[in-house]
Design a protein around this ligand. Structure first.
Ligand code: GAP
Length: 466
């Protein structure tokens, strides 16, 4: 059963080293979190799975890693300078500030006063100074979406790869928003990561591709471990659309705080490439864009039939890495009462997402031969660098299993006295708590099959005898 309370997940994350409040040592910095030893592995597994599915396993995608700092004109022509705002109200009684649509019942969340100012716009982009001279012109914005880095590199990618429609560019990277009220753990933060695709299509084919991407993206979230019952679509009404969007479908996940957006899939039309082409024209910069045989200097691509330059439409699946990590944690969190009456907390992450794939545990910590064998088994399993395996000797074996249940480690490999005579070990399965004894030489393949989801349900034969 997925977590019903966010507090339980937050507490596990801190206790086990998934996530820590940002700058905790100095009293914190609101809206920031640091990923700990387990968190960084989980996050990297999620990002890798996204990259694999959207770049390696497709024939129509290229990757990109654009700079976070961009010329501020990017944000002028993208429309963000003018429109990337939330409405904000002040509480006159306690001087706190709130996002207007987060104020329930017209009352201040902190002091309960109804004496609030009229809503006024607040731009969410962070500014930073570039270079040593601090004047009004020498600033840049921290990007509030990774997407613009893709749009401004569109032409370079087309020219360097020879891509033709339809094709996409994928990017994973940090984004920053000066959220008025960051809240709900890593759900709404000021520094986060996005996994974004800009998929370029012929105008007129955009709606078909939009539908297809919604289906693809929904299926992908299920593939990494979210239950279809906890996912649903929200067709964003016209009056809620972002300034660039003709239509957006949000993928909503059932977090303990309610149904909330994990990913937005927008039909951005030719808004962005059109806006940057216009920017080039207005600023007289066309001459600086390297011309190629097919295009004018605008951000265009040859039409596949007529070869005439066309500004493509864009379908944009834009997912939040942090919201994805939170969803995986909420989905996987389980508390179960054992026959002994003890409650065990277990993270039922898909093995492919688990931060640690296997822990090698000595039956006895002070038996040198057992410890040596454990270390050799760990080294052998890590030989290809494919999986993170740890040596675990904190506490007795029962405690080691509990620690790794909470960390989501799918397999614990135990080296005992029998190992020393016949080179076999036991592998304990996190979810069923059943085990199997195998020759050490077969463990690597067994784990690989487990991580790929290829082990049969009854792969672990013996009941747990802890
Ligand atoms: N390029 C389009 C774009 O940025 P968005 O709906 O504003 O669209 C996309 O953001 C995704 O980024 C969201 O679905 C969410 O997962 C994530 N996201 C946005 N703001 C966030 C925040 N303050 N904290 C964490 N994740 C956020």
């Amino acid at each position: 059963m997925p977590a019903t309370s966010l507090d339980a997940v937050v507490s596990l994350c801190k206790r086990r080293g998934f996530l820590f409040p940002g700058s905790d040592l100095y009293g914190g910095l609101q809206g920031t979190y640091d990923y700990g030893p387990l968190g960084v592995e989980l996050k990297n597994n999620l990002k890798r799975a996204w990259w694999r599915a959207n770049v390696y396993e497709r024939d129509d995608m290229e990757g990109l890693d654009a700079a976070i700092l961009m010329n501020k004109l990017v944000w002028r022509y993208s429309g963000h300078e003018e429109t990337f705002v939330d409405l904000m109200v002040d509480c006159r009684a306690c001087k706190s500030r709130w996002r207007a649509d987060h104020v329930a019942g017209g009352k201040c969340e902190r002091c309960g006063s109804a004496d609030l100012t009229e809503p006024r716009p607040f731009n969410l982009m962070f500014r930073t100074q570039v270079g040593p001279v601090a004047d009004e012109e020498s600033f840049a914005y921290l990007r509030p979406e990774t997407a613009q880095g893709i749009f401004i590199n569109f032409k370079s990618v087309v020219d360097s790869t020879g891509r033709r429609l339809p094709f996409g560019i994928a990017q994973i990277g940090k984004a920053f928003r000066n959220e008025i009220t960051p809240r709900n753990f890593i759900f709404r933060v000021r520094e986060f990561e996005q996994m974004e695709i800009e998929y370029f299509v012929l105008p007129g084919e955009d709606e078909r591709w939009h539908t297809r991407w919604v289906e693809d993206r929904l299926a992908w979230w299920v593939s990494v471990g979210l239950s279809p019952d906890n996912l649903r679509l929200y067709h964003v009404p016209a009056d809620e659309l972002a300034h660039y969007s003709k239509a957006t479908v949000d993928l909503m996940y059932k977090y303990p705080i309610g149904w909330e957006e994990i990913e937005g899939i927008a039909n951005r039309t030719d808004f962005d490439l059109g806006a940057h082409s216009r920017g080039q024209g207005e600023l007289g910069l066309h001459a600086r864009v390297a011309p190629n045989e097919h295009s004018t200097a605008k951000l265009t691509i040859p039409h596949p039939d007529t070869q005439k330059p066309v500004v493509p439409f864009v379908i944009e699946p834009s997912a939040g890495v942090d919201r994805g990590v939170l969803a995986l944690l909420c989905e996987a969190y389980d508390e179960e009462t054992l026959p002994s009456g003890e409650t065990r907390t277990v993270l039922r992450l898909k093995p492919a997402m688990a931060p640690i794939k296997a822990a090698v545990v000595p039956l006895k910590r002070n038996a040198p031969e057992i410890v040596e064998t454990c270390k050799a088994v760990k080294r052998d399993l890590q030989r290809t660098g494919e999986m993170r395996v740890v040596y675990e000797d904190t506490g007795n074996i029962g405690k080691a299993y509990r620690r790794h249940d909470e960390a989501g480690t799918p397999y614990c490999i135990t080296v005992d006295f029998q190992t020393l005579s016949d080179d076999t070990v036991t592998i304990r399965d996190r979810d069923s708590m059943r085990q199997i004894r195998l020759p050490i030489s077969e463990v690597y393949d067994y784990l690989r099959r487990g991580i790929a989801g290829q082990l049969a349900e009854d792969a672990f034969e013996e009941p747990w005898t802890e």
